[in-house]
Design a protein around this ligand. Sequence first.
Ligand code: ADP
Ligand code: MG
Length: 607
Amino acid sequence: MGLRRLPQNMINKIAAGEVIERPAAVVKELVENSIDAGATSIEVHILDGGQSLISVADDGCGMSVKELSLSVERHATSKLPDDDLINIRYLGFRGEALPSIGAVSQLEIISRTVDAENGWRIKVEGGMITDPEPVAASRGTLVKVSNLFFATPARLKFLKSARTEQNRIIEIFKRIAMANPKIAFTLSAEKKQIFNFLQPIEDLLDERLRRLTAIIGSDFAKNTIEVSASRDGFNLTGYAGLPTFNRSNSSIQFLFVNSRPVTDRMLFGALRGAYQGFLASNRYPVVALFLKAPPDLVDVNVHPSKTEVRFQDQGLVRGLIVGAIKHALSEGGYRTSTTVTEAALGSMKAQHYQNITSPLHKGTLSNKNFQTGGFQKTLSTLTNPNDPLPFLDQAPSAQNNTATPSHNFTENKNSYPLGVARGQLHETYIIAQSDDGIIIVDQHAAHERLVEEKIKKGLSKGGLKTQCLLIPEVIDLSPEDCDHLITNSNELIKMGLIFEKFGASSLIVRETPALLGKFDIKSLFQDLADDIKTYNEALSLADRINSVSATMACHWSIRAGRRLNADEMNSLLREMEATPHSGQCSHGRPTYVEIKLNDIEKLFGRT
Ligand code: ADP
Ligand code: MG
C-alpha cells in the first residue's frame, strides 16, 4: 500500500458523504448560508425532489469576486472572524458545505455585493472550479445545484423517490422558516409554489406565532399555551400543546437551540417527562420550543449537520424544559383542546342530518319519534316526582344530599368558565351552561382527575394522610401478589396504605388514605398488585407513583352511573376550575367538551 495525501477533490467528496447526505441537506446548508448573509427574503426552488435542481436565491450581503472564488475552497469561511469556536454566532462555521456540494454536483454561484458594479459567476463541476466571470445580477446570491450526486453514483442509488426526498426538503424548510419568522421564505417544486411565508406585519399577532400558525395550521394557536422561562442564562420560549391536542407521532414536535432546528434525544426525553401523567405513552404532544443558550455552554459542533447539541449541564436544561411546560400546562388548567369539541360537533352534525328527516319548523310534530318515542319519554322520566332530580331548579333530594358544601351557584353565573350545572344526563354527563355555550362534563373522568391531583399534592407534601380502620381488613390475594405488594410497601406507605403480611397469601390492612373515605379495599389492592406486576420494571419510581395514584383515583371516583345533585355537580365544576390539569384525564382524553352557542347556531343552520 502506498501512503499518500489525498487530492483536494477526493477530500471534498469524502466530506460530502457526511455533510451532504441527501438533497434536503443541500437545501439546509444553502438556506443557512443565506440567513448568515443577512437575507430578508429567501427563495428556494427544486426539481425532482432536489436531485435535478436545487436553487436558492437571497437578498443578503453577497460576495465580492475574491470571496466568491474562496467560498468554494475547503475550510474557507467568513464566520469565525476571531478563530473562536466557542462563541459561534452564525449557523455555518465549518466552511465545508460549498466545496462538498461542488464535489458531487454541478454548482453555479452568482453573487453581487451592494457596492459592486456588477455580479460575478463561478462554476464548479465535479470539483473543477472555473474562473469568475462578470454577469448582470441584483444584490445578493443565487446558488444553483444541478444533478446532485452525478459524480457519486453510489450515493445516487441510495436516494429515495423524488416525493420522499421532496418531503424531507419540506420538513427541513419548515423548521428553518419557523426559527426565522422575520425572514420571508418561498419554496416551489416543479415550478409550483408550495409555501409562501411572508415577512411579519408590524403590530399584528406575535410574529413567531404567526409563522407557526402558517406552518402548522390554525389549530395550533388555539390549542397551545405560551411557554416562557429562564434559568442561569438559558431562556426557553415557545408554545406547548394542550395534552388533549396530541398526535400519534412526533412529527409536530419542533425544537430549536439558538435558532437551529435540532433532533436531540435528550431534549425529546425532556418533553416526554414534561407530559408524563397527562398523555398515554403512545401519544405525542404538539410543541414548538425555542431554547436560547449561552454559546459557551452548548456545543453545536457535535455532528456535521449540527442537528445534535451537547450541553455542559444537561440536568439544568432538562429541568428548565420540564418545569416550564408543567407550569404552562397547569396555568392552562381546565382548558381542553378545541379540536376535541370540533370532532364532537362534526359527529353531532352527522346525526342531525341523518335523524331529522321531517320538517319540524312548521309547527306540526309530524316526526313519529317526537310523538311516541324518546323525547316524550325522557320528559316524563325527568318529571317523575319519585326520581331524585339532578336539575338545579328542583330541590336536591335528601338521599343525594351528601356532605358537599352548599353554595348558591345561580348567582353570579357569568364568572364561571365551566358554567353552572343545569342537569345530569344518563347519570354520566353533567350539562352546564356557560356565558356563551354548553359544557358537557364526563363526571367520572373529571372526578378521577381531581382525586389524582389531590393525591399528587399530598405526596409532594411528604405523604398522604391516613385514617385508621376501626376493624383492620384482611384481604386474600395470590402469594405472588402479596409478595409484590410487600416488596413495594415503602412506596405504598407514602400513598397512605399501611398493611402487613398475614399468612402466606393474605394481607392485613390497618390504615388507608383519608381522602379516599370508604372504598373497596380488596379490589384496590388487587389492582395495585396488577399494576406493580405490569410496570415495576418498565417504569421509574416517579412514573410508578403516578400510575399508582391513577389507580387509587379511579377507585374513589364518582363512577359513571351515579346520580349527583346540583350542589355536587357545581362543586365538581368549581373544583375543576381550581385544579391544574383538570381538562384531561391521565390518558390525555378530555374530561369535558365545550360547545359554543355560535356552533350550535351553525348546527341549526341559523348562521
Ligand atoms: P460556512 O457556511 O460554514 O462558512 P460554506 O461552505 O457554507 O461554509 O460557505 C463558505 C463561505 O461562503 C461562507 O463563510 C460565506 O462567506 C460565503 N457564502 C456562502 N453562501 C453565501 C451567501 N448566500 N451569501 C453570502 N456569502 C455566502
Ligand atoms: Mg454554510
